[in-house]
Design a binder for this molecule. Structure first.
Ligand code: AMP
Length: 287
């Protein structure tokens, strides 16, 4: 199956192929991933094929977004399986560069998006958004797509990338795709593979917690007690809560009291050795 899909490893070949499509007036959509693909990734690929004429998927486990103590070495790598899954979809090209194609030995540039990168995941993973913004800026420059698609699962990341593209005048539209969940509500993630059977049973409690808070906020309950109770319940269930916060959906400004406008709840918690993140929109409060 995998020989039916075109896989390129160099920037030169990528530019050549995509350049030909662009010259022919075709609309190109890029879906960047780190592989170990699941239905969340595949939903973005499907969205891409509805959005443009050509779909490019990149698979690159980006060392720049992992701190030395994090899981870069153990991050799941499943290239064969990924290519089999992509071959079933309407994908024109998979870009799988080796590490030294992306980062030369003396690579020394870093893209920093201030403000939106601070707080939430940026507080406990200070290296993370710089690493993401840098690799995405590079991928967008290498491929020069008309559209790039990212998941709302990593909502802060989506906003950081959209701001980076705007600030650097990159000629690309950044689109967000909805979060795809397991039947029990757990947001799909390549890192879910780290969960033990017992942890996997508990993991949907994170989604349950933010769903209940969203429901209460839309019924005009105020934030303070709800969040404290949510943190306490998760901790009692065995989660090490990194954050549980209510923020404006566009600016990520913290919200306290009664919610107004477009608001989301953001959570990150560690279960065993797995860091889970999730977020959910608060329905517009009833009057
Ligand atoms: P990753 O491979 O984890 O870097 O993710 C690649 C892209 O897939 C990112 O834009 C993620 O936000 C997106 N993604 C990951 N999990 C999901 C999910 N459960 N639903 C929707 N998009 C997702």
């Amino acid at each position: 199956m995998t020989d039916s899909i075109s896989v390129l490893a160099t920037i030169k070949e990528l530019r050549q192929t995509v350049g030909d499509w662009r010259a022919a007036g075709e609309k190109i959509t890029l879906v960047p991933t780190m592989g170990a693909l699941h239905d969340g990734h595949l939903s973005l690929v499907k969205l891409a094929s509805e959005t443009g004429d050509r779909t490019v998927v990149s698979i690159f486990v980006n060392p720049a977004q992992f701190a030395p103590h994090e899981d870069f070495d153990s991050y799941p790598r499943e290239n064969e399986k990924d290519l089999e899954q992509l071959a079933e979809l309407d994908v024109d090209l998979v870009f799988m560069p080796p590490r030294d194609e992306v980062y030369r030995q003396d690579f020394s540039t870093r893209v920093t998006v201030e403000d939106l990168s601070e707080g939430l995941c940026g507080a406990s993973r200070p290296h993370f958004f710089g690493g993401v913004a840098t690799v995405v800026a590079k991928l967008l420059n290498q491929c020069r797509p008309d559209v790039a698609i990212f998941g709302e699962k990593d909502y802060q990341q989506l906003l950081v990338i959209r701001r980076m593209a705007r600030d650097l005048d990159l000629d690309v539209e950044i689109i967000g795709g909805p979060i795809i969940r397991e039947a029990d509500g757990l947001a799909m993630s390549s890192r879910n593979a780290y969960l033990s059977a017992e942890e996997r049973e508990k993991a949907p409690l994170l989604h349950q917690a933010i769903s209940e808070i969203a429901e209460a906020l839309s019924n005009n309950v105020t934030t303070g007690d709800l969040l404290n109770k949510g943190r306490k319940n998760l901790t009692q269930s065995g989660f090490d809560v990194d954050y549980l916060e209510v923020r404006n959906a566009d600016t990520l400004a913290p919200i306290e009291g009664r919610v107004k406008g477009q608001v989301r709840i953001f959570a990150a918690a560690i279960l065993g050795k797995t860091r889970l993140i999730d977020n959910i929109a608060v329905p517009t409060p009833r009057k």
